[in-house]
Design a protein around this ligand. Structure first.
Ligand SMILES: *Cc1c(COP(=O)(O)O)cnc(C)c1O
Length: 527
C-alpha cells in the first residue's frame, strides 16, 4: 500500500468491501448525496411553466401558413427545479476544476482565471465579425500580437490564425502543401504517417484526397528513419509527424527526416499538439518543418471544447507562406490594422488556397492564449515545458516498478508517461484498470492510444499539478495497478461508486439513442 493511502480507509478495505449490487440498491436510486437524476423530459411537463406570462395578444400571422399547429412541448419546471437539475448534472461531471485530469496527448492544464477575466472584457467579447475594422483595432492588434508570439516561439515566418481546432489546423496545413505542389505542377498522391500518429493525421490526409501509408516505428518508439528514407520518392507529397510523438518521446532525427523529405521533393507537416513539452526550448522552424498546428486549447491554457470553439493556428515556412488561407491581419505603416480578405500580389498572398472559415477569429481563445503568454513571459513559457517534462518523468519513474513502461529504458520521456497492460492477470485489461481509477476519484488516463503499445495507458500530468497532487494520483494508480496484477476480480465490475456503473459501450456506439423517447420506445430501440 502507498504511503499516502496508508492509515486512511480505502475502498478496498475489508469493512468497506464492495457490497453486491442488490445491497447497494436504494429505494430512490440515489447514492450518498448524489441524486439519480432523471431527464428533464421526465420531471418537467409541457403544461407547467416556471413563469407567469400574460396571454399573448392575437396578431395576424405573417408566417404564410408555416405556423406551428401543435404546442412546442418544452417541459416546464420551476426555477428551483431547473437550477437543481443542471447543478446536479454538473456534479456528476469530472472537470479540470475538480481534480487532476491525466489524459495523455490532451494537455489538460489548469486554465488561469485571469484568462477568463480578460476574455470577458467588452472590447473583446462584444464584437462582431462584420463590424467596421476601425471599430475593432484593439481586437485586431491582439490577434497580431498573438501571431507574433506564435511565430517567435516556433521560429516560423507566417501563421494562419483562423483554424478552429487541431484537426482543422491539420487540414489547413495539408491543403497548403497540396496547393504548393500543384503550383509547381507536381501534384503527388501519398502522405506518409507514422504508426503511432493520432487518428486525425491519417484522417486529414485522406480527407484532402491523399493515399495514406504507414511509416514503421523502431524499437525505441521513434520513426524508423531508414524505412522512411527507403519509401520516399516522386509520388510522396509529404509526411505528417508528431514531435514530441504520441509515445511521449522526442524525435531526435527530426531534422534528418525533414532534410530527406525535402531532398525527395516533399513537404513536412508537424502535428504540434504536443508543443507543451518543448515550448520555449525548441523552435520547430529550426527542424525544417513547413507547417505545424498549435492547439491553443492545449499548450496555451484555453478551455477544451465546452468553452466554445477551440483554436488551432498553423505556422508556415517560407515555402508555404504564400499558400496560407485568408483572411490575415496586417499592420499598415501608420500603425493601423486591417484584414487582408483577398489574394493580392502586394501582400504576398497571391497564391492563397482560399478560406478555412468565413470569419477571422476565435476571439475568446485568442484573448486567453495571449493573456497566458504575457503573464508567463518568454522565460516562464520555457519553465512551463521544463516542469511539464519533470512531472511526467516523476510519474514514469514512480510507477515503472508496478506498471510496464515499454520505452522507459531508452531514457527520459517528454510530457507524458506511457505504460502497457503487460503483467495484468486473470484476464484484466487496461479498461478494467481505468474503471477502477474512477472509484479512486480520478478521470482515467488516455487508453489504447498510441496503437503501437498493447493496452496503452498514456498519462500527462502537465506542469500545473503540484507535487502533492501528483503523489496522490500516483498512490491511486499504484493501488489499482497492484490489483490488476494480482487479478482482483472486483475490478471487472468497476466502477462501483460512480453515479453510473459500466455502460454497454458497443451498444452505445452502434445504436445510439440521440433524442428523448418514451421509455417503452427505448426498449424497442434497444432490441
Ligand atoms: C489533440 C490532438 C489532435 C487534435 O486536436 P483537436 O483540437 O482535438 O482537433 C491532433 N493530434 C494530436 C497528437 C493531439 O493530441
Amino acid at each position: 500500500m502507498n504511503m499516502l493511502t496508508e492509515g486512511r480507509p480505502t475502498k478496498q478495505d475489508e469493512n468497506l468491501a464492495v457490497p453486491d449490487q442488490g445491497a447497494l440498491k436504494t429505494h430512490t436510486g440515489n447514492r450518498a448525496l448524489m441524486v439519480d437524476e432523471p431527464l428533464i423530459f421526465e420531471t418537467g411537463s409541457p403544461d407547467r411553466s416556471g413563469v407567469d406570462l400574460p396571454e399573448a395578444p392575437s396578431v395576424e400571422s405573417r408566417l404564410g401558413g408555416l405556423d406551428r399547429d401543435e404546442p412546442i412541448s418544452i417541459p416546464g419546471l420551476s426555477e428551483a427545479e431547473m437550477v437543481r437539475h443542471y447543478t446536479r448534472l454538473s456534479r456528476q461531471n469530472y472537470a479540470i476544476d475538480v481534480g487532476l485530469f491525466p489524459l495523455g496527448s490532451c494537455t489538460m492544464k489548469h486554465n488561469p482565471r485571469l484568462n477568463e477575466k480578460m476574455a470577458r472584457l467588452k472590447g473583446f467579447s462584444d464584437i462582431h465579425p462584420l463590424q467596421p475594422v476601425d471599430s475593432v483595432q484593439g481586437a485586431l492588434g491582439l490577434i497580431d500580437e498573438l501571431a507574433t508570439w506564435l511565430k517567435t516561439l516556433t521560429g516560423m515566418p507566417a501563421v494562419a490564425m483562423s483554424p478552429k481546432a487541431g484537426a482543422h489546423g491539420e487540414l489547413c496545413g495539408i491543403l497548403a502543401i497540396r496547393s504548393a505542389l500543384e503550383a509547381r505542377g507536381d501534384a503527388r498522391e501519398v502522405i506518409l504517417v507514422p504508426e503511432s500518429a493520432h487518428g486525425t493525421n491519417p484522417a486529414t490526409a485522406a480527407f484532402a484526397g491523399y493515399k495514406v501509408e504507414d511509416i514503421p516505428a523502431n524499437a525505441d518508439g521513434r520513426v524508423d528513419l531508414d524505412a522512411l528514407k527507403a519509401r520516399l520518392g516522386p509520388d510522396v507529397a509529404g509526411v505528417m509527424i508528431t514531435n514530441p510523438n504520441t509515445c511521449g518521446l522526442f524525435e531526435p532525427d527530426m531534422k534528418a527526416i525533414s532534410d530527406a523529405v525535402h531532398d525527395a521533393g516533399g513537404l513536412v507537416y508537424c502535428d504540434g499538439a504536443n508543443f507543451n513539452a518543448i515550448v520555449g526550448r525548441v523552435r520547430p522552424g529550426d527542424l525544417g518543418i513547413d507547417a505545424m498546428h498549435i492547439n491553443l486549447h492545449k499548450t496555451f491554457s484555453t478551455p477544451h471544447g465546452g468553452g466554445g470553439p477551440g483554436s488551432g493556428p498553423v505556422v508556415f515556412s517560407e515555402a508555404l507562406a504564400p499558400f496560407a488561407p485568408l483572411p490575415f491581419v496586417e499592420k499598415t505603416e501608420d500603425g493601423h490594422f486591417h484584414l487582408v480578405e483577398e489574394e493580392t500580389a502586394e501582400d504576398h498572398h497571391e497564391s492563397s488556397f482560399g478560406r478555412m472559415v468565413a470569419f477571422h477569429g476565435q476571439m475568446g481563445m485568442f484573448t486567453r492564449a495571449l493573456t497566458y503568454m504575457l503573464s508567463h513571459g518568454a522565460d516562464g513559457l520555457k519553465q512551463v515545458s521544463e516542469d511539464a517534462v519533470l512531472n511526467a518523468n516523476y510519474v514514469l519513474r514512480s510507477l515503472e516498478d508496478v506498471l510496464d513502461a515499454p520505452f522507459a529504458k531508452s531514457g527520459p520521456c517528454m510530457h507524458e508517461a506511457l505504460f502497457s497492460d503487460n503483467g495484468f492477470t486473470n484476464g484484466l485489461t487496461t479498461l478494467d484498470l481505468a474503471k477502477g481509477l474512477i472509484d479512486e476519484g480520478y478521470h482515467p488516463m488516455t487508453m489504447y492510444f498510441p496503437l503501437v503499445v498493447h493496452g496503452a495507458m498514456l498519462v500527462e500530468p502537465t506542469e500545473t499539478e503540484s507535487r502533492a497532487a501528483i503523489d496522490q494520483f500516483i498512490g491511486a494508480l499504484r493501488s489499482v495497478a497492484e490489483r490488476a496484477k494480482a487479478g482482483d476480480e472486483l475490478l471487472k465490475s468497476a466502477p462501483h461508486f460512480a453515479p453510473r456503473r459500466r455502460l454497454d459501450e458497443t451498444q452505445a456506439a452502434r445504436k445510439p439513442i440521440l433524442v428523448w423517447q418514451e421509455p417503452e420506445e427505448y426498449a424497442e430501440a434497444a432490441e
